[in-house]
Design a binder for this molecule. Sequence first.
Ligand SMILES: [Zn+2]
Length: 280
Amino acid sequence: MSVFSLIHRKLYNLTHPELGQILMLHRVTEHRSRLLANRELEVTPGFLEQTILHYKENGYRFVDMDEVVRVVKGGKQKQKFVCFTFDDGYADNYTLAFPIFKKYNCPFTVNITTDFYERKALLWWYVLEDLGVTDVEFIHLRERFFKMDSSTIEKYLIDGYPNAQTHIAERRNNMVLSEPQILELANSGLCTIGCHTMSHPRLSNLRKEDQYEEIAISKQKLEALIGKEVKHFAFPYGDFNGDTQTVLMETGFESAVRTWGGKVRRGMEPMNLCRKELKQ
Ligand SMILES: [Zn+2]
């Protein structure tokens, strides 16, 4: 970063005070992955608990996304907020994270990709872990996979590795939240269900009508499942364009969060909120 942009950022931060932080997580697990890229998606239950205590000791209040929106729109608050969010819809959000949030009566949000609980998602990043690829091989394959669609990746794995099909089925069926788990989370009074599209695409690569389909249908599916309005959205990969913002307005969302950007500051737009990745 140049000296000029460093000064610019310092000035921005001075004139735009911190309102709070939206933390981004994916998984909670006792046994973190061998592959670095997967390990970065994971924290242990102990680390999650320490994080809650850290924010509590530092005077933050635990809030849900509705409260984040109220404050961002200019609502008063006495203490800064912290809001825990999980993306994608992994089963451990229910089995391991939920009991911890209950213990501290701490609200949290799970932003769900509907292909996950519909058992359609190809969790190739964990399948590659099962197939024993190295970190270097993983990075090469990931670059290639980002340019392929899901069925091409699946074919590539099945053709290239004898045990791929078993691992694909295993990950697809056992690693994601089930419909009853999502329903229980939604009715717990602690968990907000947010929307994270159907198939987790890079939205800026899609035409507006395809973005509309990804966003509107996933919202409808989630609302039909939980019987409540779904008002909060998370951009897959933090990626979006002007059309995405228009579609979110048209489909009745009240907030959208990125995967990056750090603290939430005065003056930010509810449809383009920064998050801070929680890293262990
Ligand atoms: Zn995601």
